[in-house]
Design a protein around this ligand. Structure first.
Ligand code: FPP
Length: 246
């Protein structure tokens, strides 16, 4: 029996965010280069995307490249960028067939122009798809995003478009790059690390965090089901007491 059969469709998270971690360690275990780990991580991306769409998840956000990842050796950055281009070229048709929209968050202007163009084309082509949105966080970090939002809001105040006293949580949420989607209810990180690493800091305020020691290239649909099962059996109190949420 699959854990999938135990899942409660009425308690399915609308938005799942994942930190795909452990590609390098996975490759090292096999005596291979780190880049082999990234390439193998694409299989996991495909399987988990398919699994999430089948379950009716509305948004799946994957941390594919952080602002901090620019500090990696050039060889590895180049390999990740070409993997991204290849995967988009190969998989845009799969996204179309499965009615999945592609979107990105992050400072995509800092990506190499070839990568940016490929992404923009795929985003435009899949724009009308409605079953699920696959969001790739690319050159993304939460502090970058929050800083950008603060700057935009300050400018709107300066131009007299909004009043300082009118700034509330919605003002901030609506200036984040994720403004069109609900906040993730579940965040999964693979590889045994138990950090958030500058990922969706504002949006994860009430998310359930799920950590697994599985390395990303080994992560499959069945692992996603287990994470969701674990999430569905937690009590989410949002600051209230147990009796209030029952
Ligand atoms: C973390 O593992 C993973 C990344 C920095 C990149 C993730 C990229 C992919 C899975 C492939 C491309 C993705 C798409 C969407 C086409 P790590 O390198 O930090 O591993 P380590 O912690 O073991 O060193």
């Amino acid at each position: 029996m699959s854990t999938k059969d135990l899942l409660n469709q009425d308690k399915m998270p609308k938005h799942i965010a994942i930190i795909m971690d452990g590609n390098g360690r996975w490759a090292k275990q096999q005596g291979k280069l780190r880049t082999f780990g990234h390439a193998s991580g694409v299989t996991a991306v495909k399987d988990v995307t398919e699994g999430a769409a089948e379950l009716g998840v509305e948004v799946l956000t994957l941390y594919a490249f952080s602002t901090e990842n620019w500090n990696r050796p050039k060889f590895e950055i180049d390999a990740l960028m070409s993997l991204l281009v290849q995967t988009i070229s190969k998989e845009t048709e799969t996204l179309m067939k499965n009615n999945i929209r592609l979107a990105t968050i992050g400072d995509t202007n800092s990506l190499p122009s070839g990568v940016k163009e490929k992404l923009e084309k795929a985003i435009a082509k899949t724009a009308g798809n409605s079953r699920m949105t696959l969001v790739l966080a690319l050159s993304y970090s939460s502090r970058w995003e929050i800083t950008k939002a603060v700057r935009e809001i300050a400018n709107e105040v300066k131009e007299g478009k909004i009043d300082v006293d009118a700034i509330n949580e919605n003002t901030i949420s609506s200036h984040l790059t994720t403004s069109e989607w609900p906040d993730p209810e579940l965040m999964i990180r693979t590889s045994g690390e138990t950090r958030i690493s500058n990922y969706l800091l504002w949006q994860l305020a009430y998310a359930e965090l799920y950590f697994t020691t599985k390395l990303w290239p080994d992560f499959r649909k069945e692992d996603l089901y287990e994470a969701i099962y674990n999430y569905q059996n937690r009590e989410r109190r949002f600051g209230m007491i147990s009796e209030q949420v029952k």
